[in-house]
Ligand binder design. Structure first.
Ligand code: SAM
Length: 276
C-alpha cells in the first residue's frame, strides 16, 4: 500500500520472500455487461494472447516470450509490429489496425471492460492483424526479444497527479530500458499526455538517455519543478525551461480520453523518441 492507495502487488523472490511491486494501475472490479461478455466469448480465442500467469492474473506467465518467430506464429505474418500500451477502450489501436493492414498490432491493457470492448470493435470489423495481451505492460515489455517491435505507443498514461504517487507513473527508467530492449535500432516510442507535469516527467526520464533520441521539432516551455494535484495553476509562476516535443501524431485518432482533456482546456504534449 502506498500512501493510502492500494494497487501494489505481492510476489515472491527466489527465496520465497514477498516482494512489493509498485503498479501503474489500480485493479478495478471489471464487471462486464452482457454485450461485453458476449464479445469476450465470441472473440477471446481469436484475439487474446496466452500471456497471463493464470485466470484473473495480470502477471506474465513464467517462460512467456515474444520474438520474431512467435509473431509469425501468432499473427500469421512477419509484418512490422506496433505495440500500444494502455489501449483503454481500444478506439485507437483498432482504428490503426484497420488503416494499416500491412502492420501487426498488439494492444496491452489490464482493464477487463476495455479489453472486451477492444475485442468487440476488432471482431465487428473482422481484423486479423491485431492481438491483445491482458497483462501488466511492464512485465510484457521485458519479455519481448530485442528488435521484435517497430514502434511502441503510450498515449495518455494514467497521470498519477499527486506528488506522492509519481513513482506509479508507467514511464520510468526501468520501463524505458524494457521498451528500448523490444525495439530494433531505428524503432520508435511515441508518447502523449495532457498533463503538463507528466510532460516534464517524460523529459526527465527520456531526454538524457543515450539509447533514445528525441525526434521533436516543436519547442515547448515547461516549469522545471513538479507540482501535485490541485496545484497545477501554481506552475505558471515557477521557473521554466525549453524542451523539444513533437507535432500531434497523425496516426492517433481522437479518443474520448483525449477529447475530455481538450474540452477541459488542457494542452496535449506529443513525444517521439527514436531508438539509437
Ligand atoms: C488514462 S487511460 C488512457 C487509455 C487510452 N490510451 C486512451 O487514450 O483512451 C490509461 C490506460 O492504461 C492502462 N494501464 C495502466 N497501467 C498499465 C499497465 N502497467 N499495463 C497495461 N495497461 C495499463 C489503464 O488500465 C488505462 O486503461
Amino acid at each position: 500500500m502506498i500512501d493510502g492507495v492500494s494497487g501494489g502487488s505481492e510476489r515472491s523472490d527466489s527465496g520465497g520472500r514477498p516482494v512489493h511491486r509498485v503498479l501503474s494501475f489500480v485493479r478495478r472490479s471489471g464487471r462486464l455487461d452482457a454485450r461485453l461478455r458476449r464479445a469476450r466469448e465470441n472473440y477471446g480465442s481469436r484475439y487474446l494472447l496466452d500471456a497471463s500467469a493464470g485466470a484473473g492474473s495480470l502477471d506474465v506467465r513464467p517462460g512467456f516470450s515474444l520474438g520474431q518467430s512467435d509473431v509469425v506464429r501468432l499473427w500469421g505474418s512477419d509484418r512490422p509490429l506496433v505495440v500500444e500500451i494502455g489501449t483503454g477502450q481500444g478506439e485507437n489501436v483498432v482504428a490503426a489496425a484497420q488503416r494499416n493492414p500491412e502492420t501487426n498490432f498488439l494492444a496491452v491493457e489490464v482493464y477487463d471492460p476495455g479489453v472486451a470492448h477492444t475485442m468487440l470493435l476488432a471482431g465487428k470489423s473482422g481484423l486479423d492483424n491485431l492481438r491483445i495481451a491482458q497483462v501488466n505492460a511492464t512485465d510484457l515489455m521485458a519479455a519481448i526479444a530485442p528488435g521484435t517491435v517497430a514502434e511502441v505507443w503510450t498515449f495518455f498514461p494514467d497521470p498519477w497527479p499527486k506528488m506522492r504517487h509519481h513513482k506509479r507513473r508507467i514511464v520510468q527508467p526501468a520501463f524505458a530500458d524494457a521498451v528500448r530492449g523490444s525495439l530494433g535500432e531505428g524503432g520508435v516510442w511515441r508518447l502523449a499526455t495532457d498533463i503538463e507535469d507528466y510532460a516534464l516527467h517524460v523529459h526527465e526520464v527520456m531526454d538524457g538517455r543515450g539509447d533514445f533520441l528525441n525526434q521533436g521539432t516543436v519547442t515547448v516551455s515547461l516549469p522545471v519543478e513538479h507540482v501535485g494535484k490541485g496545484n497545477a495553476q501554481e506552475a505558471a509562476s515557477l521557473p521554466h525551461a525549453d524542451f523539444v516535443e513533437s507535432e500531434r501524431f497523425a496516426g492517433r485518432v481522437l479518443t474520448n480520453f483525449e477529447r475530455k482533456g481538450l474540452r477541459s482546456g488542457r494542452v496535449i504534449h506529443d513525444f517521439t523518441y527514436r531508438a539509437v
